[in-house]
Design a protein around this ligand. Structure first.
Ligand code: GDP
Ligand code: FE
Ligand code: FE
Length: 197
């Protein structure tokens, strides 16, 4: 069994902890993201250990209550305006701090990739891109066009991430949901990669 030095716990202990935080289906999703994030890291020459750990942990805070997010925002002096967003945005933008608090994870590259996994960012690292894309294409995903996303991810992280962002924005607009500014910035930076032949 793997031992995570920076978390001071074994994989077994970590999996038990994650399972105490999220329902079984979400736990399976996190394991699937871990796996494909590792594969993407291999394909695109990134750090496989970091990609797998970020993938495994990315939705750790998805089931926190709004009050818990408010507490994290206050304790860490984050911008109050975050409180106007729901759990969909907060589980990444604020949730990474819960991982830091609970697990003692201090690896800033991993924490940043988790922070950015829902909205992306105008300037993403390869690790950020891998977690963002892995979340979208893991084997349990079965929305229309997931195969298209997987094909893009086989050739280019930029194309795949642009595709996720475009589809997410289309979906949000159709539902009359607000777009988080960073989501739009991700779209503006990366959409050009989908236009190139
Ligand atoms: P999941 O946690 O594995 O379900 O995946 P994500 O973290 O990528 O996305 C969580 C949810 O956030 C999805 O339902 C997205 O549609 C939603 N989401 C992504 N970007 C935005 C945004 O800019 N605004 C809003 N309102 N929701 C968003
Ligand atoms: Fe998420
Ligand atoms: Fe996810």
């Amino acid at each position: 069994m793997e031992y995570y030095k920076e978390l001071k716990m074994s994989r077994e202990e970590l999996l038990v902890k994650i399972q105490s935080m999220v329902k079984a289906s979400r736990f399976q999703h996190m394991l699937a993201v871990e796996k494909v994030a590792g594969e993407l890291a291999e394909r695109f020459s990134a750090d496989i250990y970091q990609a797998r750990l970020a993938g495994l942990l990315h939705d750790y805070a998805k089931e926190l209550s709004f009050m818990e997010f408010e507490g994290l925002i206050d304790r860490h002096h984050l911008d109050e305006s975050l409180k106007s967003w729901g759990n969909e945005i907060l589980h990444g933008k604020v949730g990474y701090l819960k991982i830091q608090e609970d697990l003692g994870l201090e690896n800033q590259e991993i924490l940043q990739a988790i922070e950015r996994h829902t909205t992306g960012h105008a300037e993403m690292t390869v690790l950020d891109k891998i977690v963002y894309v892995a979340d979208y294409i893991e084997k349990g995903r079965n929305f229309p066009q997931v195969d298209k996303a997987r094909e893009l991810a086989a050739v280019s992280l930029d194309k795949a991430l642009a595709f996720k962002t475009m589809r997410t924005m289309e979906y949000l607009i159709a539902k009359k949901e607000p777009i988080y500014p960073q989501t739009l910035e991700t779209y503006n930076t990366y959409i050009k990669f989908l236009k190139e032949k």
